[in-house]
Design a protein around this ligand. Sequence first.
Ligand SMILES: [Zn+2]
Length: 394
Amino acid sequence: MSAMHEVLACDFCRKAGLAAVYKPDGSTRGLTVYLCQHCGLVQSAPRIARTVERHDAAVSGGADWGNVRYGKSFRTEIALEAVARQSDMTTALKLLDVGSNRGSFAKAFLSAAPNAHITAVEPDERFAQSCADLHRTDLIQARIEATALPDGHFDIVHSCHTIEHLAAPFAALKDHARVLKPGGLLVLDAPNIALIGGRDILEEWFIDKHLFHFSATTLGRMIQAAGFEILREPDPADPVNLLFVARKTGAIPFAVTADPMEVGIAQALIQRYQATRLANLAALRHAATTIRALAPRRVALWGAGRLFDLLVREGGFDPRTLSLLIDAHLLKHMDERHGVRLAAPEALADIDAVIVMSRMFADEIAREVKMRVPGAEIILYTDLLESAKARKAA
Ligand SMILES: [Zn+2]
């Protein structure tokens, strides 16, 4: 695809030259992914600010994935450490928590900073309730764009995996600068587009809930242009998250210059993603055959999320052949996946082999499997996929 969209302007540089570069798989919002030919920012459109939120959890490998929201709590510790390194946690800090979710960060921050006060912004009433019960916390149940917060009021703005959902992220960042005191701290975490460059990418990364898709370069430039000085760049070894720590300088926002190198990098990355993902999806039938061949041994599969969904839907894997389907996190949201009951890790016993269907938590799961069923063979998703690709090529 290379059609130019003449009406749509880039959220960051305001230029109109957005090239349609990708059509997400299974989008229920009809989203197209565009690449700004001036600054290199990757963005989805149409940018509809959601007025009606879907509330059902969709554990899909396609673009319609969402509402499971267990991911954010895994970022609490690293964000808190970033705040503590830059702030005197004994003082009466005022913190704005953008997208508080279930209040995981808010709770951790309040116990680490005994004199602090939080303004928690969370539009979803199911999650907002968990923040309403917190002490030293004002809850605003609204989208951040709909709030009217005072100028120069906060010491810290914390925003974790929220900016990519907004219809106008650059305006949001400028507003974060406005509500901060001079020298105030921004701790911002967002998904990293670098993940799609991985050899084992399988799930649709451009999901319906995300309108903006940042690299360390594009998000870093946007933060600086909003009036911040970056104190800490994201960890280059982390392909999943982009954690920035920045300080408000109040510098006058500069014009966004062209970045042809970033445009080229993003273009190549998205092309490679499409090719890799298609090859990986095509190899899933061989992965399913490998698992079936383990019979009559007793086989458990751990991880019933997006990768598992694609193994069943694209690979034709029949999950009823499993002795056990384990997922500690999804169990909090649902009882079954593809007609098979979910089990907790505690149920793992009398099993000969465990398929670890997770990328991010593979090491953690493998450790727990070794502890619970020491003799079981462990087959990691990455290895299962690589051998399936080799068999397909043979
Ligand atoms: Zn742009």
